[in-house]
Design a protein around this ligand. Structure first.
Ligand SMILES: Nc1ncnc2c1ncn2[C@@H]1O[C@H](COP(=O)(O)OP(=O)(O)OP(=O)(O)O)[C@@H](O)[C@H]1O
Length: 256
């Protein structure tokens, strides 16, 4: 479970990234977070992962208080959280397999990961993770030779190999074409349902948010301004979240 109570995040330059946010995200929920650029979506994800310190309030992730936590505690929290980024963040010049192995690295001494001296069990976990995203035949391909959608699948497999309780995805489909964006969102949804991994996905396309958000959280100016289901999130709700009328850029191209 993820629980924020009155969480405010103030960056060192004085900008408020989160403004008195209270949220409870039960285990296994699939949550889509929407809002314009600068609304605080990335700050929310980075705060849950302990990368940005909580200025005020309480944030408990899987039973651990993150606000004011020691580096050791933060490492413990992070080991249970898989991260997915817009830009995939793979090591491009090495194989898919090695990239996925990096997901298990918090359990593996660094020298072994450099030598690629993986145990049979570690390899099995990596294969299973690649199977979950349907890309096992690419295990020994260099990451640089994959399409964007394939790279994002490898990034998802890398996160899965970590055996996370929570998955945080920051604009995971923003660099992908519309059909590939659909496929990657379906991968995330299927994994959430099959493995009950609590999943938070930042999105800016409202049609994807409606389609995939069992729960949609709308942010504006660091505050939660909507919290409901994808079905409830009609155009009026999105206009309130965005503080403006909707435009063609707000939907995935080809879906309008
Ligand atoms: N490291 C930082 N230092 C100072 N201010 C920051 C920092 N990171 C983000 N901010 C500010 O915090 C606010 C929230 O930003 P955040 O990146 O969380 O928004 P976002 O909704 O994820 O937008 P985007 O989709 O553009 O990333 C913005 O005003 C932003 O300028």
């Amino acid at each position: 479970m993820i629980e924020l109570k009155g969480v405010t995040v103030r960056y060192p330059n004085g900008v408020v990234g989160l403004d008195d946010v209270s949220l409870t995200i039960p285990d296994g929920q699939f949550v889509v977070v929407v809002g314009l650029s600068g609304a605080g979506k990335s700050t929310l994800i980075r705060t849950i992962n302990g990368l940005v310190p909580v200025t005020e309030g309480s944030l408990v992730v899987n039973g651990v208080e993150v606000a004011g936590a020691s580096n050791r505690k933060l490492r413990e929290v992070r080991s249970g959280i898989g991260m997915i980024f817009q830009s995939f963040n793979l090591v491009k010049r090495t194989s898919v397999m090695n990239n996925v192995m990096i997901g298990q690295m918090h359990d593996i001494p660094l020298w072994r990961s450099f030598l690629g001296a993986w145990s049979a069990e570690e390899k099995e976990i990596a294969y299973q993770s690649l199977e979950r995203v349907g890309i096992v035949e690419k295990a020994w391909t260099r990451a640089s030779q994959l399409s964007g959608g394939q790279q994002q699948r490898v990034a998802i497999a890398r996160a899965l190999a970590q055996d996370p309780q929570v998955m945080l995805a920051d604009e995971p489909v923003a660099s992908l074409d519309p059909p590939t964006a659909q496929m990657v969102m379906k991968d995330l949804q299927r994994i959430n349902r099959d493995l009950s991994i609590t999943t938070l996905v930042n999105l800016h396309f409202l049609d994807l948010a409606r389609q995939f958000g069992d729960r949609v959280i709308g942010m504006r100016g660091g505050k939660v301004v909507f919290d409901g289901t994808g079905v409830e999130a009609d155009d009026k709700v999105f206009e309130d979240i965005y503080g403006r009328s909707l435009t063609a850029d707000d939907v995935l191209p080809g879906q309008a």
